[in-house]
Design a protein around this ligand. Sequence first.
Ligand SMILES: Nc1ncnc2c1ncn2[C@@H]1O[C@H](COP(=O)(O)OP(=O)(O)OP(=O)(O)O)[C@@H](O)[C@H]1O
Length: 242
Amino acid sequence: MSEPLLRLEGVFTDIEQYHILQGVDVAVPAGEVTMLLGRNGAGKTTTLRTIMGLWRARQGRILLDGRDIAALPTPVIARAGVALVPENMGVFSDLSVEENMVLAAVSGPLDRARLDWIFSVFPPLKTFWKLPAGNLSGGQKQMLSVARAVCEERKLYLIDEPSKGLAPAIVGTLVKALKDLKAAGATILLVEQNFSMARALGDHVAVMDDGRIVWTGAMATLAADPALQEKLMGLSMEGGHG
Ligand SMILES: Nc1ncnc2c1ncn2[C@@H]1O[C@H](COP(=O)(O)OP(=O)(O)OP(=O)(O)O)[C@@H](O)[C@H]1O
């Protein structure tokens, strides 16, 4: 098997006095979507933030294309081609949609063709281009947050619960955008509690519990096995048909 684009090896992260990540091992193959699943508080957000350098790993390696990025500052990790869509969306409310997008482009001016694709999947961003982002609805802010990450081609997209609190129609829009991104060959590590979305997008799954990875396998294997879902997450995917 070829080397994955991203590999975490024995990653431990503390937040203040708490030992949150306790030896996370996970591989994210290039050009595929890896789902990071698990109960609330399992450590999924902490894993994404540790990869992005927003929390510091106390121990372990984070290999991007074979290079250990664990000790690098966040801006350097961003320039190495990693983008994070944070759970709280990370949108600058006082800045316009346009300014939010311009700031997200770390390697130069916004690419016109990419922007046209973004406008085609998220039309409200074109409509409200000059408006302060604080005036957008929750769903539109989430579109902007995803658009900020995808405004340039990145090696790796880290996306934290994009569907959280959104109406089904907007979740459908996000699924379409992420499917387009996937079809273009993107590598994505996605935290998502909405199982119809997880199943629609995921190739591989890593399940976390209590700061560790407790199961890895194909999404098809997990999707076909309600007993395994129940055991791993105390949840069944049966409810969420997409
Ligand atoms: N700033 C912080 N200070 C103290 N503890 C924190 C902090 N951020 C997270 N934690 C704790 O770390 C643990 C893992 O949190 P994390 O947000 O990574 O979980 P998660 O799997 O993403 O959960 P959820 O699905 O609820 O978002 C939790 O017990 C949480 O309370």
